[in-house]
Design a protein around this ligand. Structure first.
Ligand code: H13
Length: 256
């Protein structure tokens, strides 16, 4: 299967770390480092808790730019029985996208930046018209990465989705282009670690997930409706997506 092939390639690269650079390398580096630096920080009192359900907390700041709602969103969640790598894998890989996404009409990979190291894909997506006003589309690079921390610790896994232009995805009316900077960061914790790491079971896994989204609707849309949609859809996405990953990995060997 081409997909698991791509995954093993991404992980193999984590050992050698000899990546070819390409036209987006510098931008990706800068955006990924920004997310690694800030996303896991706790929220200040400028953030409003808009949804709290079990371990899930969804915060937002109400921000408008020229009358357009661009509310930053930040979510913390804890998921049992899965690793950060597994969560990031299911979020990044297009094979599974339509299984858990409920806000898309379609998704398409229009470029793989480095075929020897498929850690960066360019997506073109058509969003469902849950958006009031015109239908939205998006074109973004999506990058997955494993970041080593201390010797003892499990590595962090991160996926960043960031709007980009592409010749194969021109902006065509009546569609309005969404502009986004989204990151999913995951940290695996081993609870009550058995003496032998080989004995780690899914019940010993806890994954700390942070999801940050800066989305500009790209054109005017009614503020109240947009905020109501965001309040409903982000928690729904987090629940559905994390349940999906738990379901998919349940009887699979643990992917660290
Ligand atoms: O992150 C999510 N999905 C990604 C994979 O399909 C794509 C996403 C992205 C969105 C827009 C542009 C580029 C990338 O990262 C899950 C998204 C859940 C969305 C819930 C809908 C909320 C509507 C909020 C409206 C605010 C303007």
């Amino acid at each position: 299967n081409t997909n698991s092939n791509a995954i093993s390639k991404v992980s193999a690269q984590k050992e050698t770390a000899k990546h070819k650079s390409h036209r987006l390398s510098n931008e990706i580096e800068r955006i990924v480092q920004d997310h690694l630096k800030y996303d896991r920080e706790n929220v200040s009192d400028l953030w409003e808790l808009i949804h709290h359900e079990g371990e899930m907390k969804v915060y937002r700041r109400e921000v408008e730019e020229n009358g357009i709602v661009v509310d930053p969103l930040k979510c913390f969640h804890t998921v049992k029985g899965v690793t950060g790598r597994e969560i990031c894998h299911y979020f990044f890989d297009p094979t599974y996208r339509m299984d858990w996404e409920t806000t898309l009409d379609s998704t398409k990979v229009i470029e793989t930046l480095d075929k020897d190291n498929p850690d960066t894909l360019i997506f073109f997506q058509l969003h469902k018209r849950v958006w009031p006003s015109a239908q939205r589309d998006s074109c973004f690079w999506s990058h997955i990465r494993c970041v080593s921390t201390g010797e003892e610790d499990q590595p962090l896994w991160i996926v960043v989705n960031y709007t980009t232009d592409h010749a194969q995805a021109p902006i065509k009316s009546p569609f309005v282009r969404l502009v986004a900077n989204v990151a999913l960061t995951c940290e695996t914790q081993i609870i009550e670690p058995p003496l032998n790491p080989k004995d780690i079971k899914r019940e010993n896994l806890l994954c700390k997930l942070t999801y940050v989204a800066f989305v500009n609707p790209g054109g005017w849309a009614p503020a109240a409706a947009l905020r109501a949609i965001a309040k409903r859809e982000y928690p729904k996405f987090l629940k559905r997506f994390t349940s999906y990953v738990i379901e998919q990995t349940r009887d699979q060997p643990i992917l660290f």
